[in-house]
Design a protein around this ligand. Structure first.
Ligand code: PEP
Ligand code: CO
Length: 452
């Protein structure tokens, strides 16, 4: 059938909230469809080109941020600290791998959450599950859990102000390499990972002094002064996505202008479903989660639907199997798709297959499992001679205690100290930098030196 921005409605839609006030829903969507775009189509084309470099092993893919953004946390310091952390990670990776890092935040639009169950039960009371701030509220009451269309307007406003700040950080001097030592996070000064980071920053500063002396400096070289930072979120709430699906005047193609990159989650990846159909029609670079129950034929079908012209940089497969399962399932899958010779960028999400409930009842992840899944992912690619392109992480620049383990050895009993997430547990600064140092060791050996 011919694709249109609303043709997804003829397909089965999973994870859709039930809006009671249809009139209000239509009026909100009609307003949103006239709001200014958050990003430009041309920016997504640059991102696609960069991802095609990742696919060839010539760049590293770093995607990270909250599991779910929250209206309550619209705070410049929070945005700045997560941005800083991603900058620090990317500098370590660039230095260690001699490769550019493509930076994407799970940010400025990551508000809708898929749920395993439609209802949540507490003390004998059953209410609709929390589906992210763009749909309903986290609070456990009947009113709060009612899907409210007005929340889409708030999500748009929140995304716009977040993105405005991110653009200022990326292009207004904050991300200049001469500011390297200022990216340190105050609370992290004495963290073990910071010592290692400081050593690397010192070496980078020496290199910058050298190239400055050669006449290349931030006044004449954009790359030293600014960075490119892209936004991404799960394309889950299709009415909202439809309102931001517009025709690009330069090319005449459809683009989603609410985010540079969109992905389909593990629960909505049915090739006959509405989410896959929707993504097939937009020209942005897109992602698809590949969980442990992925069926090879379904994945083939999805690849055909999502990338029929086999374009480079178009499709990123985000593998999230779990540290234990990945070694059993992924090698066969990778072999199969390698033989098809398709343009696929493979990255690892070491978070979503490793979620556990701690003895004290917190949803958590063990940093050891996260690192183990990444190591396995790189080893499997190494053995097959294919490219492990990078990672997709849930992390924050805040000093949280949500995942156990890591350099501070957070234990189950410490989780309650600073457990702030509204959805899945995130890596904190120390845990993220530890992971980044592991990546710095893995990437050159497995990818760059072998495939450049
Ligand atoms: C997520 O990325 O937050 C998520 C829900 O992932 P998945 O679809 O892989 O479960
Ligand atoms: Co999550």
């Amino acid at each position: 059938m011919n694709w249109k921005s609303d043709s997804w409605k003829s397909f089965e839609v999973k994870q859709m909230p039930a809006y009671n006030d249809k009139k209000k829903l239509d009026s909100v969507l009609s307003d949103l469809s006239k709001y200014p775009p958050l990003i430009f189509a041309g920016e997504t084309r640059s991102l696609k080109k960069k991802i095609s470099e990742v696919q060839k092993g010539k760049a590293f893919y770093l995607q990270g941020g909250d599991c779910a953004e929250s209206f309550l946390e619209l705070n410049p310091n929070t945005i700045r600290d997560t941005f800083k952390l991603l900058l620090q990670m990317s500098v370590v990776l660039t230095y260690a791998t001699n490769s550019p890092v493509v930076k994407l935040g799970r940010i400025a639009g990551q508000f809708a959450k898929p749920r395993s169950s439609d209802m949540e039960e507490k003390n004998g009371v059953s209410l609709p599950s929390y589906r992210g701030d763009i749909i309903n509220s986290y609070e456990f009451s009947k009113e709060a859990r009612e899907p409210d269309p007005d929340r889409m307007i708030r999500a748009y406003n929140h995304s716009a102000s977040t993105l405005n700040l991110l653009r200022a950080f990326a292009q207004g001097g904050f991300a200049s390499l001469s500011q390297l030592s200022k990216w340190n996070l105050d609370f992290a000064e004495n963290f073990p990972s910071m010592k290692k980071y400081s050593e690397i920053s010192k070496k980078i500063e020496d290199s910058i002094n050298f190239i400055n002396a050669c006449g290349i400096d931030e006044n004449n070289t954009r790359e030293l002064r600014e960075t490119d930072f892209y936004t991404s979120h799960e394309a889950l709430l299709l009415p909202y996505e439809q309102a931001f699906t517009r025709i690009d005047s330069t090319t005449g193609d459809w683009y989603n202008v609410s985010s540079h990159f969109l992905w389909v989650g593990d629960r909505t990846r049915d090739p006959d479903g509405a989410h896959i159909h929707y993504l097939s029609g937009i020209k942005n670079p897109i992602g698809l989660k590949v969980g442990p129950t992925t069926d090879v034929d379904q994945l083939k079908k999805n690849i055909e639907i999502l990338n029929p012209d086999n374009e480079e940089g178009r499709l990123t497969l985000i593998v999230r199997m779990g540290a234990n399962k990945i070694s059993d399932i992924f090698p066969k899958l990778l072999k199969e798709f390698k033989s098809l010779g398709q343009n696929i960028t493979w990255i690892c999400d070491p978070m979503h297959g490793n979620t556990i409930t701690s003895t004290s009842g917190y949803k958590t992840r063990n940093s050891k499992d996260v690192l183990a899944e990444i190591k396995n992912f790189f080893d499997i690619h190494n053995a097959e001679g294919t490219i492990a392109g990078g990672v997709h992480l849930e992390l924050t620049g805040l000093n949280v205690t949500e995942c156990v383990g890591g350099p501070e050895d957070i234990k189950d009993e410490n989780l309650g100290d600073r457990y702030h997430t509204f959805c899945d547990p995130r890596l904190n600064v120390n845990q993220s930098l530890e992971l980044c140092f592991l990546l710095a060791d893995l990437f050159p050996k497995s990818t760059i030196t072998n495939n450049k």
